[in-house]
Write a protein that binds this ligand. Sequence first.
Ligand SMILES: Cc1ncc(COP(=O)(O)O)c(C=O)c1O
Length: 396
Amino acid sequence: MENATQYQLRLASRMSRLGTETAFEVLNKARALERQGKDIVHLEIGEPDFDTPQNVVEAGVNALRKGWTHYGPAAGLPELRQVIAEYVSKTRSVPVSSDEVVVVPGGKPIIFFSILSLVDEGDEVIYPNPGFPIYESMIEYVGGRAVPIQLREERDFGLDVKELASLINERTRLIILNSPQNPTGGVLSKADIFHIADAIGDRNVMVLSDEIYSRLVFEGEHFSIMSIPGFKERTILLDGFSKTYAMTGWRMGYGVMRPDLAAQMTRLMTNSNSCTASFTQMAGIEALTGDQSSVDKMCEEFKRRRDVVVAGLNRIKGFSCRMPKGAFYVFPNVTQTGWPSKKLASALLEEAGVACLSGTAFGDFGEGYLRFSVANSLENLNKALDRIQKWTAKNL
Ligand SMILES: Cc1ncc(COP(=O)(O)O)c(C=O)c1O
């Protein structure tokens, strides 16, 4: 049957502006190849390959048994909001109270809610490119103007403050920062962030500071723009549990922001999710207050793997790779292969059995790069390096 329904689907026009996260599409393609019997090394997905720490799992199971299975307050359980306020006060050296915390299902809703609540049609939002693709998608979805700021390899994928200053104008409503960064692994130093703050000056512009990888820093220390005097009022800090505690499937993250904006995001929660699942929030309290050794172990392991993968990629013809300072991605330059990134990523998947992402999955300025996640065993990472090496020897 050509058409199962006589009624044509009439989508709202804004749906044509909605983007996606290619990682999930590549994963599906890789799974289809596996069903045909192919062996694939998965380096496309951005999630820790570790289990959620046992103490956190136990806390979640206990909460289920104790009946934390009902609706909770839209902004999050007061106990968890308090723990997050204390955690952020300590880690960002700035006093935070629980009415400045909104708990949501993952980090993503904070991106969506920030843009929904602050950006009118035609307003400009400056965002990192290459960067997490959901920023651009959401800005365009609400009818905002997405203004990319290019992250350049020669600056270790930091941003050029002069360029940032030149992009800010009276239409700018929001500036998105992300450090440690997906997909480049770049980390903004304290000095970089002070320069960014200088470029913003005293303008009434909000900053969405995506710090979801804040605990995965290999060199130096994580620093937040929220810590700079005068910026707490203008910062929405995004952090969460997905990456730090290997809790991607639990769906829990949070935003920290001025209380009047927190109240608006709470209204968006009421209208969309009602609340974040109650038993997962109980597990979140344990994650933040319990034993942290698993976080340190995971970070060390990612660093070890990063070293192996960067060294391995730098030995491959046509690849050159900087040493990322945080997160769990490496972002090699592949321009010397002569292949466009997307075509190269497809060939590596189909012919070499290595799933990775084209840099263009993170915006136009990702051309010339590939993203590999190091959230896989050293054995598999070495297998992937070997396969890429053999493929390039044959095809370049
Ligand atoms: C930079 C960045 N921000 C936010 C998120 C979303 O995290 P969550 O899975 O908690 O929604 C991700 C996930 O990959 C990310 O890389």
